[in-house]
Design a protein. Sequence first.
Length: 1197
Amino acid sequence: MWIEPEEVLLVGALWVSERANPFFILQRRRGHGRGGGLSGLLVGTLDVVLDSSARVAPYRILLQTADSQVYWNIACGSSRKEITEHWDWLESNLLQTISIFDNDEDVITFVKGKISGIIAEEKRLKQGEEQEEDSGKFREAELKMRRLFGMPEEEKLVNYYSCSYWKGRVPRQGWVYLSINHLCFYSFLLGKEVTLVIPWMEVTQLEKNATLVFPESIRVSTRHTEHYFSMFLNINDTFKLMEQLANIAMRQLLDNEAFAADRSLPKPCKTLKNVSTLKRDFDARAKNERYRAMFRLTQDERLDGHTDCTLWTPFAKMHIVGQLFISNNYICFSSREEDLCQLIIPLREVSIVEKADSSSVLPCPVSISTKNKMTFLFANLKDREFLVQRISDFLQRTPDSSWFDTSPPSLIGSSVPSDSTHKGRHYHSGLPTASQSLLQLFHQNSPEDLGPKAMKEKMKEEAWNIHFSEFGRGVCMYRTSRTRELVLNGIPECLRGELWLLFSGAQNELATHPGYYGDLVEQAMGMCSLATDEIERDLHRSMPEHRAFQNETGIAALRRVLTAYAHRNPGIGYCQAMNIVTSVLLLYCTEEQAFWLLVALCERMLPDYYNTRVVGALVDQGVFEDLTRSSLPQLYEHMQELGVISTISLSWFLTLFLSVMPFDSAVLLVDCFFYEGIKVIFQVALTVLLDNMDALLSSSDEGEAMTVLGRYLDNVVNKQTVAPPIPHLHAVLTSGDEPPPEIDIFDLIKSSYEKFGSLSSDVIEQMRFKQRLKVIQSLEDTAKRSVVRAMMTESAFSIEELEELYCLFKSKHMTSCYWGSSSSAAERHDPSLPYLEQYRIDPVQFAQLFSALAPWVCGGHTTTLSSRLFRLLDQNQDQLVNFKEFITGLSGMYHGDMTEKLKLLYKLHLPPALSPQEAESALEATHFFTEDEPGESSFLSDLDNFQQQEVAPGEEVKDRGGDVEEKKEVKDYRYYLRMWAKEKEPKKETIKDLPRMNQEQFIEFCKTLYNMFSEDPSEQELYHAIATVASLLLHIGEVGKKFGNGGKMQETTSQTLPISTEQEEEPDEGTSGEALLCQALADAQLEPAVLQTSDEENKDDTESSYSVVSSGSLLCEDIAHDTVLIGAEQRQGSTLDVDWSITFEQVLASLLTEPVLVEYFERKMDIQAKMATCKAQRVVERQVSSPSEQELMHHST
């Protein structure tokens, strides 16, 4: 490419001149290509270590003048072809012009101006705006990555770092390139080259550790090996980026969430020097995720910026240092000291934002007032003007407050129309559960029956009211350590729903989506799906011991909430345990509130918990095991031997202890969970194990350990509850002779904070990432084993071969997901399908696998054969083939006998394998054969028609079992059920079921056979054999036409088809078919010499009418004395004979007459070598376009 002219002083030190004229020199970098000696090795090593651009562009063109020692670099190139094009342009367009200049300065000025003009024009024509944002150095590194590792343009580089890769005991200094889908490493030291490509989808573990052997290193583990990288300039930054990329890959494996660049990210004011656009995107994503998790905000909230500041706290009469966060819908504050103060101000609640007067006590303050009369004062803001302007801009975009429901959360009902307009609606404001919780509707005890418990409850309410008056109420409340204390002491029942909405962030979605739930219910109710069936099955299992769910009111509300959420999020739909959690939410909230709490649980607080594979719960189960190992090592070893941890933890986490602990006690854990998050569940689980350590260590088996834990949890009581006692079903199973001592839930929670309170959310998230890699890869391995087991009975491949083929098939599917394809990833991967049918590939991917793995090498015809096989396997015609169908086709080619292989080839040349374009010329013949009358068809056609005819009433037919069934005039429903069942059963196909092949299809069949034999060692013998067989089949078709169709078909043919003049004058049976066949073979670019004998020999049916010489030969030796070459001219006088046809039995019988053909089709094929070659190939095969690129590829392998 052309580059801005720059001075070069050392011309010959590291470069070799290859061409020169009085004004220009073309040079090549030493060490590039073959040879170079020691100096080449040193230069190559220097280029890699110093990340020189010469590694990407090893060719350059210099501008020189006779009287000057200064040279100007004006062009560079990655290949000889590219640099030669620039050289030729200079010689043809500039050389003659500048030769007439008298002054060297004028020459330099003219050339530099010309080159700068070309570059400016190229920039103007460029459409890639995104590329312009990255610096030239980074674009150069991206180009280098693509050339070194053979990546396409779709593979985007995120960042690259200098590091060492430990290969054996020796570190190799080089560069690691982190792209969206791959980790790549390249090193070149003194002729020793190391190239490594690891797809992120194959990473099973990613760890940053520091040992004596590997100081400050990153370990990247796959299923088969481990890789160590060290000596990073900034290892923390590198490791965080690796985590993000691996997480994206796992998300893609889990639910096909492919990476998409954030188009809403504001563009930088100037080109970034050290950070790529994608790296900036990833940094923004990480900040957004942390911001949303910290303040429990929705997934679409984007952080605009943050700054240090102080907040005046009226309750403490002091300034608190912290950070202010601004996003498109919220202003948030978090104190520097943990749990000191946190604040969330939705912009929908803001009424005034103004700059306050500055003073020595309050420098640069900003005052924010809300509609509920609260005022917040922020100070020590560095750029107050800009901050106020940004907040004002966001306020202008915020919808008017009339759109939102600003009534207190406890009074919020549904926003659906009034009673007069809700007739026929499934959900409306007139429903009891639209305005009240189930506990309010089904409260049993009167206050006088509760005594001291009621007084305790009143004291809790009063404490919360005092807190509200001091710290505020609603979304804008100051959240401090005092708030946590009140939550740990228990939330009063009358405030539980309101505070759950507040702490979970569901209140924000409830306020900003009025009417959403009601509309969703109307759309979802009445629809039938797998999710609705499962919901109906589990409705009566949801807290059946509670009075609220013993009547239709509670059951109907639960049905509506679960069905609405399944409709909102079909990716999750419905999962067991959702009914238990939702039923508890409905006890304290209205329907709409319970719905948004369920959204917060499933999509934010417990990610991936409630999907088909409960991945999130399995991840947290792994985290719990790691925490047990580090906190209770002795107990962990014993529990692992018994296999208890994996059994107990799943039910604990999925239902938040609601299914294993008395309800009154478990609901207090739910209070803490909505405030603290998942950490409180881990704390309590660890405390339960610690309290039962002695009993668990003495347990001899899993059952005994489960009994110990079950009895303990059954006796966790809440002595302060005002709710009526609810019998716990689990207690019946664990009751013993001696009731164990009761454990107060408040003591259990307090103990968990004392012993494990140091556990932080950041540590849990880090451990979750580590476990997510393991869990998802483990699930993929389980899926692979299930697929292999299922296919063992349907194919002759071994277990190892099936596993390898599954990996190749899945890899092809995944590669197309992130490098683009004609169909989206979601269309090709459906997790709801059986494992055999989940991954599917389209025709392009199938063709790539077919060409790499198929035993039949057909040269240029391979693509055509692949397309036909794809259409044959694609039975539902959705343009996708699953793994089962793929293996079925491949197994037939490798392990079928001669009949099976020929049958497959035969079917590849009949519809639907033949495309409409290929079958167009044969369409008329096909219609003729299928619509002909019985008396005019062949014997086999008569037999087929007879079998397909409906049996007349009163006749008797013997079925396969020999039973006789009398056909009645009026058939009952059982007859039609049996007929339907028979239609559904897969009918085993026999060779007699195959349709007849017409002449056009036969010609295509012969073309395929000729292409298959083109690279075989017995090429000559196979060509002669197939020539003999083709001639025999042509004559068989002619004879069959005479006996099967009579004169009427000939008459019909003469009326419908044009016949050449030569044929009218001298009809010659077989000549037309042979000519067409010869032309087809010529079109296949095999250049066969087709030999036609004399009329006497042509009439002899026992001898071949033509023979074929090997591909590429035009000589005819010792075949016949009077032979002539038939060229393409004869096709002009040839037409298809639509009356001509043959059967598969005739093809099989004819091929059996040639031993060389029999030996070819009975030859055992080994797929191992092809799989090894396919696996060893690079991710993308490099397109070699010039000799210089061949040199580059040879140099890098």
